[in-house]
Ligand binder design. Structure first.
Ligand code: OAD
Length: 272
């Protein structure tokens, strides 16, 4: 990344009244959360059809819960990195930022909460342990810390450890007694329509799409920045490696999010 590219990107972000941010697993990599497709990626070691499809859950809910339990433990040990914190500062300090993530961790929320404690305008909400509502990230692919009932579809927060030693010990719905499943989007499933609609609306309204740490291999998430481009906006990509979106980007910031984003956000906020 040259300082020319960084200052061009900062100029675009600074001038945009509306900014759409799309993140993927790469933004959490420096927190120790594995990505999916890179070296050591989850889909290099496991087959998605064994662990992340409705059929896999029907065949062997114990195995699926064991894997999600392991991911929960990994993520619960992780802390936001400077990339999450920079995005949080940007969202807290300037209006018009919509953050959409493909990640099922809660590291964006944690960073927003931590950074909000330092900001007069948001401190009261943060001291209640909350994230300002309008800044809450949109989770395209659900959350590791929520469950959904396979019977009545009721969703709820759920962060307790899951005993996956037998099918009988798996969590069940208090209302109807059916098995609870992780509230994440699996292969072969559609994204919740309202979530998708809000995301496309924000992408289409934005003058700049900042796309961070995603291989842009999974649809419809990968098409969201195209909505910004189609409406005449610019795309900025933050990723150490090229992706299918790179050719459409006005600026490519090649480097890890934990280094690139703090520099970018500092430039935006300081007007450099
Ligand atoms: P991937 O694992 O496909 O891609 C991670 C991207 O992050 C790659 O392009 C890396 O080059 C980049 N990367 C790695 N380290 C980085 C760093 N420190 N800073 C910035 N970028 C870095 O992850 P996603 O694109 O998020 O879906 O994958 C999309 C979806 O595929 C996931 O949400 C998941 C998966 O199947 C579901 O589970 C539905």
């Amino acid at each position: 990344m040259t300082s020319d590219e960084a200052s061009r990107a900062a100029g675009l972000v600074r001038e945009a009244r509306s900014l759409f941010v799309l993140t993927g697993a790469g933004v959490s990599a420096e927190s120790g959360v594995p990505t999916f497709r890179g070296d050591g990626g989850l889909w290099k070691e496991h087959r998605p059809e064994d662990l992340a499809t409705p059929g896999a859950f029907r065949r062997d809910p114990r195995l699926v819960w064991e894997w999600y339990g392991w991911r929960r433990t990994r993520v619960a040990r992780a802390a936001p990195n400077p990339g999450h914190r920079a995005l949080a500062r940007l969202a807290l300090l300037r209006p018009g930022v919509t953050l959409v993530t493909q990640n099922v961790d809660a590291l964006h929320e944690e960073a927003l909460h931590e950074e909000a404690l330092h900001e007069e305008a948001h401190r009261e909400v943060a001291e209640r342990g909350e994230v300002p509502d309008e800044l809450r990230p949109i989770h395209l692919h659900g959350s590791l810390f929520r469950t959904r009932c396979t019977g009545c579809a009721r969703g709820s927060s759920h962060s307790e450890a899951v005993d996956a030693s037998s099918e009988a010990s798996l969590p069940r719905c208090h209302a109807c007694g059916e098995l609870l499943r992780p509230d994440v989007v699996w292969f072969g499933e559609s994204l919740p329509p309202a979530v998708l609609e809000r995301s496309f609306e924000a992408a289409g309204r934005a003058e700049v799409a900042l796309v961070v740490g995603t291989s842009a291999a999974v649809q419809p998430a990968a098409s969201l920045p195209l909505a910004t481009l189609e409406a005449g906006g610019d795309l900025i990509e933050v990723n150490p490696d090229p992706t299918p979106l790179s050719g459409r980007a006005s600026v490519r910031l090649r480097g890890p999010a934990g280094t690139v984003l703090p520099d970018l956000v500092e430039r935006v906020l300081e007007g450099r």
